[in-house]
Design a protein around this ligand. Structure first.
Ligand code: MG
Length: 227
């Protein structure tokens, strides 16, 4: 790549990120003003974001007004799956874009009344690289990684783990079968992001779901102190 082309690409990227940050900031202000706790989920494909959300939405909807936006390159499979919980769900298909951007979130929310929501979940496109640099206006970012992915994920993709507020180790029911070294996972997480809160869950067996529920409820109380 010649120098000129490279400079142009960098300039374009800086512009895109700058615009994204402006939109993300205004979204965050709107969430706060309407007392909505916005929580995003990032992970590689197949880490279990949708399965976990299915469980979370199913439990939260008994007590709260809950909605979710789901990002994927194609298909509305996840939205249909999550919609069964009774929560308000909308799919965002990104085409060839490997991450959600704040503008996509803003557009998807246009005809929803934020005032009527307690929680908004945003499931990002499965990808551990690009979503790291795009702020979506969320108050809490959860990074998920499953016991089947290898203990060194945080070391290989430090940026996304650094951008997250808490980490969720998923599919712990499979840990033994895949000979996952859970203590090593924890060690690697703490190496990359010292002090990060880590939860172990299984959407299948239900292990750790109560703790996760407590975590999101506490997050809401912290973000929206008036509630
Ligand atoms: Mg999904």
């Amino acid at each position: 790549m010649n120098v000129l082309k490279e400079t142009r690409l960098v300039a374009l990227r800086t512009h895109v990120l700058k615009h994204n940050d402006v939109v993300a900031r205004s979204l965050r202000e709107e969430f706060l003003a309407n007392e909505v706790c916005a929580i995003s989920l990032v992970s590689s494909p197949g880490a279990g974001k949708t399965a976990l959300l299915e469980q979370l939405l199913g439990r939260l909807i008994l007590q709260y007004h809950v909605a979710a936006l789901v990002g994927d390159l194609a298909t509305d499979n996840d939205a249909r799956r999550l919609g069964r919980s009774g929560a308000l769900v909308r799919q965002i298909t990104t085409g060839t874009i490997c991450h959600l951007e704040a503008e996509m979130v803003r557009t998807a929310l246009l005809d929803w009344s934020l005032r009527d929501l307690d929680f908004l979940f945003i499931e990002n496109v499965g990808n551990l690289v690009c979503p790291a640099t795009f702020d979506l206006g969320e108050q809490i970012r959860l990074v998920l990684f499953s016991v089947t992915e290898g203990e060194d994920k945080p070391l290989k993709y430090p940026t996304i783990f650094n951008s997250a507020d808490a980490a969720v180790i998923t599919k712990v029911d499979l840990a033994q079968a895949v000979e996952c070294d859970l203590p090593a996972m924890h060690r690697n997480l703490q190496l990359v992001r010292p002090g990060i809160e880590v939860l172990e869950v299984s959407a299948k067996s239900g292990q750790g779901l109560d703790q996760l529920l407590t975590f999101v409820e506490q997050s809401r109380r912290r973000q929206c102190p008036g509630t």
